[in-house]
Design a protein around this ligand. Sequence first.
Ligand SMILES: Nc1ncnc2c1ncn2[C@@H]1O[C@H](COP(=O)(O)OP(=O)(O)O)[C@@H](O)[C@H]1O
Ligand SMILES: [Mg+2]
Length: 372
Amino acid sequence: MSDTPVTGAIWAALPVPAFLIAWRDGHEMILECNPAAELFMATSSAQLSGEPAFDRLSIDAPIEEAVERARANRAPIFINDADVCTGDRPPVLCNLQLAPMNDTGQTLLMLIAPREIAGRLGRTQAVKAAAKSAIGMAAMLAHEIKNPLAGITGAAQLLSMNLPMQDRELTDLIVAESRRIVKLLEQVEQFGDQRPPDLAETNIHDVLERARRSAIVGFGAHMRIHDSYDPSLPPTWADADQLLQVFLNLLKNASEAQPAGGTIRIRTYFERGLQLRGREGRRLALPLHVEIIDDGPGLPAEIAENIFEPFVSGRENGTGLGLALVSKIIAAHDGWIEVDQRPGQTVFRVSLPMAPAPGTRSKPPRTPKETR
Ligand SMILES: Nc1ncnc2c1ncn2[C@@H]1O[C@H](COP(=O)(O)OP(=O)(O)O)[C@@H](O)[C@H]1O
Ligand SMILES: [Mg+2]
């Protein structure tokens, strides 16, 4: 990193921890790191050079897989909200960027930007708790509003019976808009539902078929839905109804992203390798993958980084709760969701664990998400 005085100076001045890593001897090795990284790791660059990067840094996200993909695609990858541990320090919430360095893309630049400087853990937890209670309140309110709204709708329908045709437009408007509000409230209620998933051995293809059937008679009636299932996929450990909601929301978004007659593909496959690394270094394997692929224009650039946050929508009548609910459910299942954008193609990939041997239980939820 000191090819010229200027690049050397930039490297030294960079205020975020930066590492150069490359695949050597069966590991992602640290080649070099900048002074901010030395501070972050509380050790010197000389000590770190030649060390396996992900032995020194424990990252609560499938980082090795992301590195491989950044290298293979020669494109940068962003991972938001991952907990990063070094040594025995408590985890720090960070945003990560992986960027291939040169033409061959073998060397990668990894930037680790802590989300906040001091007391970050306490504060993010406080923010999360506040958001949780706000959502709980919104869910209660949603429940309370639905009853009087049903009364209003019923009254409008009664009223319309005695009205001349030309005035019914107004009562129809009341009924249609009330239904729209009820739908929104139902989504808020669902999002506020704090019950843990009722986990059991679940056949992913059964759930996908239920989702597909309800899509083709409803919101996806105008779409072609193809599947390519791996018939040998073992069962996952999930709440089938919640998983159904995940696939429905993803199929709905895929069909809303394309004009009538568009194609949605559902693909399942088994691939070992994707692992989440927990804070105590425990590893969680996520070998079951489901992809919902559409040929639409992709995520609007201005919201691409935040699509999993509640109330972030790129649609005029969107609530922004669909993907927030998806992400919440997947986190509660110890799974992983990511979105992969290629020209002309948007891929939402859900990765899930295999059903454990009887007697073992699932682990606490996590929330990092990756966008590109
Ligand atoms: N398959 C997709 N293709 C393009 N954009 C998408 C896709 N899925 C989601 N999005 C974008 O993400 C936003 C958030 O989605 P979501 O949380 O389901 O909320 P909503 O659908 O109510 O807007 C959408 O408004 C849309 O802009
Ligand atoms: Mg949606």
